[in-house]
Design a protein around this ligand. Structure first.
Ligand code: HEM
Length: 503
């Protein structure tokens, strides 16, 4: 280990001195105090809900603040105006991703859809082919499948209604739909493809954990040969790379076999094997995996927040149920065709994505080159954190931000001439050239599931043995995605008639 540390220390001093000398006159955006060379004390960023600390910095230092750790600059954006200007209008500068040595280089995940730099040819190709399956028109071709899966979801809820069971059924529904879209594959109980992808996601998260790998702070360490003392990270990284590649390939191969037999269901992979067979196969594998990785946790988290909000706000629930009933007459389950008429339910979805903030810091972007904003210098390579949670919980923009209130999105005419605040659907899915390619699909699937659940069930707080309501005990989890921790709620059929809708 000693030789590695000596090499590391020498490289660190050289790197920091170079960075120091490269400074131009424009200062970086203001921010919390940083020590010379070392920068911010990492303890000032709490491991739990760091977005709350970032939001405090927004109040103290302004909408664009910054700090550095060992010379690596990070920029935190806390306002819609700054996010719109930098990440959307200047998308050609701010659509890169920060390079993480362990994950992107040692584990070779740098060419994955989420991580590939925007200036790489593959980024454009990935986006084009994902858009081909996930654009609004193509999503419409999946409506019958979504309706079928939504009905199965509601049925499972009806048959198995323990206080925390709903979460299991939500996840089952989301993964089942995604496996069909990505691979045309019907998930089985204890599915080994799903377990494999989840393991690949787990290993990738380990590789991406900030502060865990010295090589992330001292990139030169990646050149250390794997037999060198202290270079276990390299052996581990390669081992994980092989496992991830294998586990992401297996469902792809399954679809490839079905295509060859002429028995494939409509799916992203089947389409690509027909239309883009000239592209390197591992590009297609990465895109199919991205549908799962991007879509599973996010959509499930939003749906779980919906259950929580409905149990906490019965008035909102009744209003949404009345709207759904007015369209279906209480005689059928809602379909995707009903969605445009469900105006109040749309506000509920807007509020779920704001209040629950499923991806609180989006996915960090990076600056392609030096830039200036309001007289401050944003240096090439800086990591950009769009603090979506901070923007969605800014009391100046959304009064009483912790209250779940869909009516804040009512149009001006219905809301005493007050114009609605920024629409979370325009922001919750990210920015510029990295905007979420699954946004149409996610919204359709959330809308349909919310409407179907409301048409059949009442969701309320859990009760104790005396029948008294229990306040749900929950907090929001910390990770790339965030959702409410396990909480109990009662999911009860509204009436025998409502139950007959899924008979
Ligand atoms: C409620 C559901 C969802 C939310 C809130 C959400 C949000 C996001 C956000 C914030 C980003 C980062 C954008 C940026 O870097 O600026 C993202 C990226 C991405 N999402 Fe989603 N997403 C959702 C569902 C989905 C679904 C259903 C899919 C696939 C079917 C998907 C696929 C992706 C992919 C592939 C990326 C990476 C894009 C890139 O780096 O170029 N997402 N999503």
């Amino acid at each position: 280990m000693l030789p590695v540390l000596v090499a590391a220390a020498t490289a660190l001093v050289a790197y920091l001195l170079t960075r120091h000398l490269q400074r131009t006159t424009a200062p970086p955006p203001p921010g919390p105090p940083c020590r010379p060379l070392l920068g911010l004390d990492p303890k000032l960023i709490p491991p739990s809900a760091p977005w709350k600390r970032f939001a405090e910095w927004g109040t103290k230092y302004g909408p664009v603040s910054s700090f550095h750790i060992l010379g690596q600059r990070s920029i935190v954006i806390n306002s819609f105006a700054a996010a719109g200007e930098l990440l959307n209008k200047r998308a050609s500068v701010y659509s890169e991703r920060p390079l993480r040595q362990m994950l992107d280089v040692v584990m070779d995940r740098g060419s994955a859809v989420f991580n590939v730099t925007a200036s790489d040819e593959r980024h454009k190709v990935y986006r084009r082919i994902l858009h081909g399956t996930l654009n609004q028109r193509s999503v419409a071709s999946f409506h019958p499948m979504l309706e079928q899966e939504s009905r199965a979801f509601v049925k499972r809820l009806a048959n198995d209604v323990g206080p925390q069971k709903f979460e299991e059924h939500v996840r089952h529904n989301v993964i089942s739909v995604i496996m069909r879209i990505a691979f045309g594959y019907s998930m089985q109980e204890g599915d080994t493809f799903v377990a494999g992808i989840q393991n690949a996601v787990r290993l990738s998260s380990l590789g991406a954990t900030p502060g865990r790998w010295l090589v992330d702070y001292l990139p030169i360490l990646r050149f250390v040969p794997s037999w060198f003392p202290g270079a276990e990270f390299k052996r581990l990284g390669w081992e994980w790379k092989k496992v991830i590649d294998d586990q992401l390939y297996r469902p792809f191969q399954w679809t490839k076999d079905r295509v060859a037999e002429g028995k494939a269901e409509q799916s992203f992979t089947a389409t690509q094997l027909h239309e883009n067979a000239h592209l390197p196969e591992h590009w297609l594998v990465k895109c199919a995996a991205a549908i799962y990785i991007g879509g599973a946790d996010t959509t499930a988290s939003a749906m779980i927040c919906f259950f929580l909000a409905m149990s906490l706000y019965p008035d909102v629930q009744q209003k949404a149920q009345a709207e759904v009933d007015a369209i279906t007459g209480g005689e059928r389950l809602p379909t995707c065709k009903d969605i445009p008429q469900l105006k109040y339910l749309r506000r509920v979805m807007q509020e779920v994505l704001r209040w629950g903030t499923v991806v609180p810091l989006a996915i960090p972007h990076a600056a392609l080159r030096d830039d200036e904003y309001n007289g401050y210098r944003i240096e090439k390579g800086a990591t950009i954190f769009p603090n979506l949670w901070g923007m969605f919980h800014d009391p100046e923009v959304y009064p009483s931000p912790d209250t779940f209130d869909p009516d804040r999105f009512a149009p001006e005419a219905e809301n005493a001439g007050v114009s609605p605040p920024p629409d979370p659907l325009d922001w919750a899915f990210g920015f510029g050239k990295r905007i979420c390619p699954g946004l149409h699909f996610a919204q359709t699937s959330l809308f349909l599931n919310m409407a179907s659940v409301l048409s059949v069930f009442d969701i309320s707080k859990e009760r104790d043995s005396t029948g008294a309501e229990l306040e749900p005990n929950f907090e929001f989890t910390t990770g790339i995605t965030s959702t409410a921790t396990a909480f109990g709620c009662t999911v009860k059929p509204r009436s025998p008639e409502s139950l007959s809708l899924i008979a």
